[in-house]
Every structure is written in structure tokens, then in C-alpha cells.
Design a protein around this ligand. Sequence first.
Ligand code: NAP
Length: 300
Amino acid sequence: MSIRIALIGPGAIGGTLAAHLLSRPEIDLTIIARTPFDQLRVEQPDGSALVGTPPFLTTLDAASAATAAGPFDWIFVAVKAYDAAATAPWLAALLGPSTRVAIIQNGVEHRERFAPWVPASQLLPVMVDLPAERTAPGRIRQRGPGLVRVPADDLGHAFVALFAGTPIDAATSDDFTTVLWRKLTINSHGAINALLLRPNRALQTPAIAELARAIMLETIAVARAEGARLDDALADTILDSALRAAPDGVNSLHADRAAGRRMEASARNGAVVRAGLRHGIPTPFNLMATTLLEALQPTD
Ligand SMILES: NC(=O)c1ccc[n+]([C@@H]2O[C@H](COP(=O)([O-])OP(=O)(O)OC[C@H]3O[C@@H](n4cnc5c(N)ncnc54)[C@H](OP(=O)(O)O)[C@@H]3O)[C@@H](O)[C@H]2O)c1
């Protein structure tokens, strides 16, 4: 029996995961796109390309027809965090009582963000580490190996099984809180590059490296209050690795600002501020980053 998956948001992450899932004959994948395209093409790190033409839906009428053919087993949501509300009509049309919904986004608020539209028992938060960028609708460049981590519950185990036989490193974690906050700690210092519009090499300036360290230490303090097992030494580990990375490397917040796109400032640094408030932990560095990045959001 085939496994029906609807994927909302075929961008860098959604498109790459979709292209890998297409290699599994037992998976029946439908893509929900905002901007239509003819073909999904994902360039691989080794220079090869995954090419596919799964069915695409762009209108809710089509979604109704698709659900008439039977319930979806899974919905994958891989839009940017700020586009969450735009998926509500799709979720209303596609979600059945036994459909599981994987939220594949950065940040730590997957459950809260989708609580208005997805029952908690059907929602699976996913941490994704997969360097990829979209060059045009349906055209994606995957720059390195892909990794997804999920909580070690029934939904998590079922999600991991979907990627069997694909090169995506999918696994459950017994400490998903730590997994999410570790990634957010890395992401939190990316705000500095986005504000400066300067790539990784900005961290070679000692005062900027100190600022990055301070933002991360704040994030780690809040993470611990949230139950994550993170040590302050993580900030130095992340800094060392950022200093060894390509000096021209650009994080996604920086890339989004440089391209005039909206930024996930609220889902990243803003999430640290909100959690800090809950625990009475001051987060002035993350607050300043969030406030300035929000002020720099494009107006459309
Ligand atoms: N890219 C990375 O390397 C990376 C790595 C780790 C984590 N992440 C996280 O993964 C998440 C997804 O990021 P991304 O880089 O994949 O973003 P992206 O490339 O901008 O893709 C988002 C996709 O969602 C689509 N979309 C937006 N609203 C929609 C709607 N209402 N219905 C259907 N499709 C809709 C967009 O369509 P349009 O074509 O119309 O814009 C686009 O195809 C983010 O939380 C990001 O932080 C990304």
C-alpha cells in the first residue's frame, strides 16, 4: 500500500526532501506550491541531479479533489516560519483524523506556531540540517548532506521510516529539546552577519566574535531553562567551527536580507527573547537583534 504525502512549500528544504523521497516507489507524493513550476530539479553536492515531476497542486479546488481520492498519511510543511498562517487553508483541506503533520522549520516553536490548525497529537516538529538554496522555483542546489532529527515517539519513528534507503540521515532523538536549542544557538549568532551584511569573515574581528559569543551564551542560558542540556562551552565550539568555515559563507538570514526577502528573525532570535521572558532571563542581545532585523524587514 502506498504512503500518501502532501508537501507544502517545495523550496530549498521541502524540494530537496521531496526529490529524495521520489526515489521510493511506495511513496505517493503530491506537492503544494505557491509559485508553480514544471519540474523539480535538485543538484546534488557531487554534481549529479535529482529530477522529478510529482503532481503539483496550486489551488484549493485541486486539494479538495486530491483528498477525495483518499486521506493523506502525512503532510510535510516546509514553508518559512513567517508563512505558517498561509498554509492554514491547505491544512484545513488536507488534514484527516489520522494524518500526521511534520513541521520542518528552524526555531523551537513548531508546536506553538501550528497549534491553531493542527491537533497536538498529530503534529511532529522536525529539526533539519541541510544546506540548500533555491535558485528558481523548482530549482534547488543541495550543498551538503541532509540530516533530520525528530522526537523519539510513534510519530517520530514513522517519519524516520519514510527516509529508509535515501541518503537523508533521519533519526529520532531521546533529547529533542537539546537538539532544537543546539541548532537555535548556532542560528542565533547569524543575526550579526545579517545586520552587518557581512559573511563569516566578520567573526575574524575580535569584537564581533565577542558579540556572537554573548548572543550564544544568552541563548544557551535560556535553552537550559527550557530543559536543554547545553554547556556554555558550546558557544566557543560554534565560534571555532564558524571561524574554520568558508570566509565567504553566508547564513540564510543574511542571504534573505541581501536578496530583499523577509527574514525569520522572530522564529530565531525572537524565540529566545520570548522563552527568556517566560523564565525571567534577560536577553538584551537577542532582543536588539530581533528588533533591528524586524525594523529591516522589507515592506510589501
Ligand atoms: N535552506 C536551508 O539551507 C535551511 C537549512 C536548515 C533549515 N532551514 C529552514 O527550513 C525552513 C524552510 O526554508 P527554505 O530555505 O526551504 O525556504 P524557501 O527556499 O524560501 O522555501 C519555502 C517554500 O515555501 C513556499 N511557500 C510559501 N508559502 C506557501 C504557501 N502558502 N503554499 C505553498 N507553498 C508556499 C515558497 O514558495 P514561493 O516559490 O512562492 O516562494 C517556497 O517554495 C525554514 O524554517 C528555514 O529556516 C533551511
